[in-house]
Design a protein around this ligand. Structure first.
Ligand SMILES: [Zn+2]
Length: 277
């Protein structure tokens, strides 16, 4: 009887020890990512990546987890390696994006009831594109959207239009002359050609793998919905349509629904937030 009790205690202790070490072994890895940043999880034998209720195939063996410009707090991400599911936590830290003051036509800041309805309708139409999930047709880094070397800036800027705070800037702006050709950054399919209140004449391209590129404020669009484009193909000309202070190219991305810094996708050695022990 005493011996039986003793072995039961011993067994319980063993069980507790096993559970404790299992819990320590599965403690998820953590990494800090800025809003609009991208976490990268490299490793051998990865077959799937998952976050935000979606699952996708790794890109060149690596899982990339784009973090939306307005994300906050902790995001759980997963990957499948062999038959094992691994979990990591992305901590979205505050990031000091600068404030930018802009002066535009007041009707583009204080919207009429009709314009407000129009922007809501257009936003809903465009949001459907973030759900597209087609075969990946791109590799990183992407190609430049302009022929000549130019630097885009202002991603994440907290924008104040005519003294009123508005949504943060979700792309980068290139200050180039009106009429400059705008190029596709990767192969893909034109999924929308818009003439929208804020974006003006715009082209949305699905590059597969959950990546959509968009170019705004064009004076002219030279492709149509359903067209397949190559990287470097002209899709339109720079202009100042929509809510723009003057001619410039706006380039933005949604990747698995998240608005990410285009600089990360265009740079040769981008600063991804690496998930690693
Ligand atoms: Zn812009």
């Amino acid at each position: 009887m005493r011996a039986a009790m003793g072995s039961r205690v011993w067994f319980t202790l063993l069980l507790v020890a096993a559970l404790t070490s299992a819990a320590a072994g599965t403690q998820p890895l953590q990494v800090t990512v800025r809003p609009g940043g991208v976490a990268r999880w490299q490793g051998e034998g990865v077959t799937a990546c998952a976050a935000y209720g979606r699952t996708w195939a790794p890109l060149g063996g690596t899982c990339y987890f784009p973090v939306d410009l307005e994300a906050t707090g902790a995001l759980t991400v997963e990957r499948l390696r062999g038959n094992r599911k691994e979990t990591a936590v992305l901590r979205v830290g505050p990031y000091p994006y600068p404030e930018q003051h802009l002066k535009v036509d007041d009707r583009k800041v204080h919207l009429s009831k009709q314009d407000l309805e129009r922007t809501r309708r257009e936003a809903a139409e465009v949001a459907r594109l973030w759900e597209l999930h087609t075969r990946p047709r791109f590799t990183l880094p992407l190609a430049a959207p302009l022929q000549a070397e130019a630097k885009g800036d202002n991603f994440g800027a907290r924008r104040v239009f005519n003294g009123e705070p508005r949504s943060p800037h979700s792309g980068i702006d290139y200050k180039v002359a009106a009429g400059t050709p705008v190029l596709a950054v990767a192969p893909g399919r034109v999924v929308m050609v818009g003439d929208h209140f804020f974006a003006g004449r715009s082209v949305y391209i699905d590059h597969g793998g959950g990546l959509i590129s968009m170019v705004f404020h064009l004076s002219r669009v030279t492709v149509k919905e359903g067209d397949d484009v190559k990287a470097g193909q002209v899709v339109g000309k720079v202009g100042a349509t929509g809510r723009a202070t003057g001619p410039h190219l706006h380039l933005g991305f949604r990747w698995h629904g998240a608005r990410v810094d285009p600089a990360l996708l265009l740079a040769r050695s981008p600063e991804f937030a690496d998930i690693r022990p």
